[in-house]
Design a binder for this molecule. Structure first.
Ligand code: BTN
Length: 244
C-alpha cells in the first residue's frame, strides 16, 4: 500500500482521482492524498468538508481477488486499521456500522468505498478515508458542531498529518494482509470490542420511520444483527444508525 503515492495540493476529490487512475491502469495499492479537496464526497451524495491541512483526505486503489459481495468487508478492515492507529496515540475510537469512526458520540472519520465490478469479480475499489485531525470547533460548519469532532478537539494537540498517514498506510497493509490470509472472521470478532454501541439500544433508519433496535453482533458477511423491541432478530445490510 502506498508504493505508488500521489500527494496533491488541491483536488476536487481524491476519489475522483483514483477512479481516473484505476481506468489508466495504476496498480493495486496506489494512494492519492490531498491537502485540500474542493468537492469532497461523502456517502449518499453528501459533501465532505475537507479544509486545507486539517485532515487526512486520502483514497486507495485496491484490486482484490475477492467476490464483489465481500467488498464491504474491506471497509471494516480499513476501519479497524484506523482504530488501531488512533489507539496507539491513546485515542479510543469505535466503529459505527457500517463505516464511520466515532469518538464518544461524535464522528471523527468517514469511509467511502466505491466499486467497479463485473458479475463475479472486482475490477477495482476506490476506498476513501476522511479523518478529521486538526480542526478546531470554529473550523466545523455549524450543523456539524455537535455531530463531528477531530483529534485536536479531543486531545488539544495538533498533529503532523504526514506522520499519521505513514502510520495508517503501514497499518492498512498489515490488516489487509491479515484479511487475505485469515479471512474476515478475526475482524468480525474484533468488531464486538470496537463496535459503536454494541449491546446498546439505538434508533436505526432503514429508509422509513426510525425504529428502536439493540445492536447485537456482526455477521460473517458483514451484516449487522440487531434485535427489535419484541426480541426478534433483524439482519441489516443497509441502514443508518442515528444519533440519539
Ligand atoms: C462519509 O462518511 O460519508 C464518507 C466520507 C469520505 C470522505 C473521504 S475524504 C477522501 C476521499 N475523497 C472524497 O471525496 N471522499 C473520501
Amino acid at each position: 500500500i502506498g508504493r505508488t503515492f500521489y500527494h496533491f495540493t488541491e483536488v476536487k476529490s481524491t476519489q475522483e482521482k483514483i477512479h481516473t487512475m484505476a481506468k489508466e491502469g495504476y496498480p493495486n495499492g496506489t494512494v492519492a492524498l490531498a491537502d485540500e479537496q474542493t468537492a469532497g464526497k461523502g456517502r449518499m451524495k453528501r459533501d465532505w468538508n475537507s479544509l486545507k491541512g486539517k485532515g487526512i483526505w486520502m483514497s486507495l486503489l485496491l484490486r482484490p481477488s475477492i467476490p464483489p459481495q465481500k467488498a464491504p468487508q474491506l471497509t471494516l478492515v480499513a476501519a479497524t486499521s484506523i482504530v488501531n492507529v488512533l489507539q496507539a496515540s491513546g485515542i479510543e475510537a469505535t466503529v459505527k456500522w457500517p463505516n464511520d469512526l466515532m469518538i464518544g458520540d461524535r464522528k471523527v472519520c468517514g469511509i467511502l468505498t466505491e466499486m467497479r465490478a463485473e458479475q463475479d469479480s472486482i475490477d477495482y475499489l476506490a476506498l476513501g478515508i476522511g479523518l478529521n485531525v486538526n480542526q478546531s470547533l470554529e473550523d466545523m460548519p455549524v450543523e456539524l458542531e455537535r455531530k463531528a469532532t477531530s483529534l485536536y478537539m479531543e486531545t488539544g494537540e495538533e498533529r503532523v498529518i504526514s506522520e499519521i498517514v505513514t502510520e495508517l498506510l503501514n497499518r492498512l497493509e498489515y490488516e489487509l494482509n491479515r484479511y487475505f490470509e485469515l479471512g474476515f472472521s478475526p475482524f468480525q470478532e474484533e468488531w464486538g470490542k470496537i463496535g459503536y454501541k454494541v449491546g446498546q439500544w439505538v434508533s436505526v433508519s432503514t429508509w422509513g420511520e426510525p425504529w428502536r433496535a439493540k445492536i447485537d453482533r456482526m455477521e460473517a458477511d458483514g451484516a449487522l444483527m440487531v434485535l427489535d423491541s419484541s426480541g426478534r432478530e433483524h439482519q441489516l445490510y443497509s441502514a443508518e444508525i442515528l444519533w440519539n
